[in-house]
Design a protein around this ligand. Structure first.
Ligand SMILES: Nc1nc2c(ncn2[C@@H]2O[C@H](COP(=O)(O)OP(=O)(O)OP(=O)(O)O)[C@@H](O)[C@H]2O)c(=O)[nH]1
Length: 603
């Protein structure tokens, strides 16, 4: 992936209206209809030799032509055509590699014979009814994504605990993170509610006054009634093996001990109710054989990926500027530029150094495969490739690359974008806003008296607070708003398409949500607040100016009593305050560096 900002092109993520079967039949037909033209081209070249020696360029072009025929013939299920094309490729290669032993005349005779055969095979294939699809065309139907509420606020959670205070408190906490929680104190009420509307998940106490194993029994009963897919998190004072075993046997998906840690509970809820299918994998397919490129793209799209097919290697760089490819599937032999050459070009461009490249070729010679891989490719697949294998290989490599990429741009503690990534986002957002004359705001957020949290409850509890805040930010903001950890206990948010007043309201809303979260440590409860400064474009016209202005406003928010949001004015007042601000920034930076170092050191 080139940079953290570029968004995948969405156009073909939706299932195309035409079925896979129909598309593959069309491509197959296209292959057959274009075959006479290709054979005629080859025949012309061979006939032109007359008594003369063929030159190497012509031979190389012929080799690629027959090689392509071999690959696409096999892929489209015309094995006899593929076999004869392989014979032709072999004959041409022999002349290219060992000119002494085969004369031009011999080669011309061989190729003419093969071309006769190929034309005959082409006519036979055309005349036949469509043959049974070869196994290579079969692809298991895709599992549809389960349809739970796609809007996070619609994620209904049923919580059942006989302690009304605990139930109300936990419901309130989870509500701060965008969940719609309905609390019940009896199992009968819960069972009745499930009949009315199935929730996205259950949170269920284990011990009830009427039955010390009431929760697990209720889950088993619900499952028996047909609610098999209902995820359930058990909550309990018991932390012993037997308690956990009962929960697992009843089909519990997770287990939290009381007092409930909100962050932990949210982790489970997010995982169990995640309504968003993973972002589709983007694949660029490069093959000079247009139908084959299209066919492989079709196979990948059928598996839910976004695939772009291109037959001219020269278009690849420009395409990659707009298409955030997770992986490139590349033919090895192409007339204008070979696969290994294209791989080398890509490897010499910083943004594409780690872009996975897989060759798809009918080259079976292991030595030549290794040579091609040495140019910087990551894998080799031999044509014809089973669609299921193609999908599996692409999935595996692209997912791994996504994880690596994510490690590079994400903060380890909170999972938010790290400092560099969020600053890069801001830069891109400013450029976009300038180009589109759009509104843009930037907010800096800093936890109040955070040092006291660490000093009082310990660093791990401080970490929990940071995780809770990052979650609040991530869950409550829109998808195109970017959230990052600026450093230490400071966070940064890029808000697209909002006015300064709207941004202030949004951050104020977040501030209220966060202030309502109760944390527990050492048997004690406590709450935290944050302060924030917000700046806007074009009042501040560069990323640096926006950052500095937001930081200054943040300082003002701290100075005015904390737990508040201040907006950055175009004309920052008194210079005396400026000096105080600079001193504050230096001190904060020093503390942050110190903390970053400590968390880096694993403290
Ligand atoms: N637990 C934890 N603490 C961190 C982390 N990064 C920074 N800190 C701490 O955050 C604290 C920031 O303290 P200060 O800059 O004095 O600010 P503050 O106490 O929040 O006070 P105000 O910002 O003025 O409200 C320092 O004690 C840092 O050690 C982290 O990753 N985890």
């Amino acid at each position: 992936m080139s940079n953290p900002s570029s968004k995948p092109i969405q156009e073909s993520a939706a299932k195309p209206p035409e079925s896979f079967q129909a598309r593959k039949a069309k491509l197959r037909q296209l292959f057959l209809s274009q075959l006479p033209g290709r054979l005629a081209d080859a025949r012309r070249v061979v006939a032109d030799w007359r008594g003369l020696e063929p030159d190497r360029t012509e031979l190389e072009a012929l080799r690629v032509l027959f090689h392509t025929l071999k690959g696409s013939g096999a892929t489209f299920g015309f094995q006899p055509i593929a076999d004869r094309a392989q014979d032709a490729e072999h004959a041409v290669r022999q002349v290219l590699e060992d000119e002494e032993t085969t004369t031009a005349g011999t080669l011309r005779n061989t190729l003419t014979g093969i071309l006769d055969d190929l034309e005959h095979l082409q006519r036979t294939a055309e005349g036949q009814a469509a043959p049974d699809p070869p196994p290579a065309f079969e692809l298991a139907p895709r599992e549809p994504h389960p349809e739970r509420g796609s809007d996070r606020s619609q994620r209904l959670i049923y919580l059942c605990d006989d302690d009304p205070a605990l139930a109300a408190q936990l419901a309130g906490q989870l509500g701060c993170f965008g969940y719609r929680v309905q609390a019940f104190t009896t199992l009968t009420e819960l069972a009745e509610a499930v009949t009315q509307e199935t929730p996205a998940a259950l949170i269920l106490d284990i011990v009830f006054p009427e039955d010390s194993n009431g929760g697990p029994k209720m889950l088993s009963e619900l499952t028996g009634r047909g609610e098999e897919d209902l995820p359930c998190i058990f909550i309990s004072c018991r932390d012993d093996f037997q308690g956990r075993l009962q929960a697992v046997r009843a089909g519990g998906s997770a287990y939290c001990t009381k007092p409930i840690k909100t962050v932990e509970m949210l982790e489970f809820l997010d995982r169990l109710t995640n309504p968003n299918p993973p972002e589709p994998i983007n694949v660029l397919v490069v093959d000079d054989d247009q139908e084959l490129a299209q066919f492989h793209a079709t196979v990948l799209e059928e598996a839910g990926m976004v695939a772009k097919a291109v037959s001219d290697p020269e278009q690849v760089l420009e395409l990659l500027d707009h298409f955030d490819a997770d992986l490139v599937l590349m033919d090895m032999y192409m007339p204008e530029c070979s696969g290994p050459e294209l791989s080398q070009i890509l490897r010499q461009i910083p943004g594409h150094v780690s872009l996975p490249i897989i060759y798809v070729s009918s080259e079976t010679n292991v030595e030549r495969q290794h040579q091609a891989m040495a140019a910087g490719a990551d894998g080799f697949l031999t044509k014809p490739i089973e669609p299921a294998q193609l999908v599996a290989e692409v999935n595996l490599r692209a997912e791994r690359m996504r994880i690596l990429h994510s490690l590079m741009v994400r903060d380890g503690l909170t999972g938010l974008f790290n400092h560099n990534a969020i600053m890069q986002f801001l830069e891109i957002a400013v450029a976009n806003a300038r180009r589109a004359d759009a509104m843009l705001c930037f907010a800096m957020i800093d936890v109040d008296h955070f040092k006291a949290v660490n000093d009082t409850y310990g660093h791990p509890t401080g970490d929990q607070v940071l995780m809770a805040l990052s979650r609040t930010l991530r869950l409550r903001l829109r998808e195109d708003d970017m959230v990052g950890r600026y450093g230490g206990e400071e966070f940064a948010v890029v808000l697209n398409g909002v006015t300064l007043a709207q941004a202030k309201d949004i951050i104020d809303d977040l501030r209220n949500s966060f202030a309502a979260v109760t944390f527990y440590a050492d048997g004690q409860e406590f709450r935290c607040t944050f302060s924030s400064g917000v700046s806007d474009f074009p009042t501040f016209a560069t990323p640096d100016a926006m950052t500095e202005a937001a930081d200054r406003a943040l300082y003002q928010a701290k100075h005015s009593g904390r737990n508040r949001v201040e907006i950055a004015l175009a004309d920052p007042s008194a210079s005396a305050e400026d000096d105080t601000f600079s001193a504050h920034r230096q001190a904060t930076d020093a503390a942050t560096t110190d903390a970053d170092q400590r968390s880096h050191d694993g403290e």
